[in-house]
Design a protein around this ligand. Structure first.
Ligand code: GTP
Ligand code: MG
Length: 196
């Protein structure tokens, strides 16, 4: 699949969100988990900035992604990472105030792609976010990133631990580096759009 990607805008307040139109896919997860890298790997170009300093993105960056073959258009939303400041106890304490209403109320939000690092054991703040999204009734897809760093055995072991710790069965193993899992993630997005 070939895509063209257009950066729409960077929002730091609800008033700045683009007018709701096509189905939106949100990429969320802790700082440095690989949100921007995955988004870039999905569209096949460097649309989103990959950070050298984790935790710097404090805005939601919106991108319009167009399928070159069909007329299908999707908005990707690259969300600020959480969990970088070790002192904060809850997600909401460190996330900018406009993120929670975005996730709770955005009408066009079709799927939350929730990223966790395949090399890191399950973390309470990831579980907290997933439970909160479930309580909101938001469709979500958990994705384990950076699987290129693991051997086959490690991958199996870590994915089992993540499933257990995060209370989810369907974790998709992906790598922005090798492209592993990218077609499967596109399929999950297409399914979420169809069930809108
Ligand atoms: P914030 O915007 O700060 O929240 O970070 P992010 O979640 O957008 O992460 P980003 O995409 O900037 O990547 C963080 C670091 O992880 C970078 O050094 C990337 O090169 C690296 N990285 C991301 N994805 C992969 C992957 O699939 N494999 C490997 N080996 N490294 C990756
Ligand atoms: Mg980023």
């Amino acid at each position: 699949m070939r895509h063209t990607t257009q950066f729409l805008l960077s929002a730091t307040a609800a008033a700045q969100f683009p007018a709701p139109s096509v189905a939106e896919i949100a990429f969320l997860g802790r700082s440095n988990v690989g949100k921007s890298s995955l988004l870039n790997a999905m569209v096949g170009e460097k649309a989103a900035r990959v950070s050298s300093t984790p935790g710097r993105t404090r805005a939601i960056n919106f991108f319009l992604v167009s399928d070159s073959h069909s007329s299908k258009r999707t908005v990707f939303a690259d969300l600020p990472g959480y969990g970088y400041a070790k002192i904060s106890k809850s997600i909401s304490a460190e996330w900018p105030a406009f993120i929670e209403p975005y996730l709770a109320e955005r009408k066009t939000l079709a799927l939350c792609v929730c990223l966790v690092d395949a090399c890191v054991p399950p973390r309470p703040n990831d579980r907290q976010l997933l439970d909160w999204l479930r309580a909101q009734g938001r469709p979500l897809q958990v994705v384990a990133t950076k699987v290129d760093k693991l051997s086959g055995n490690e991958r199996t072991r870590n994915l089992a631990a993540l499933k257990e710790g995060l209370g989810t069965h369907g974790i998709l193993a992906v790598s922005a580096k090798t492209g592993r899992g990218i077609p499967e993630l596109w399929r999950a997005i297409a399914e979420a759009q169809e069930s809108e």
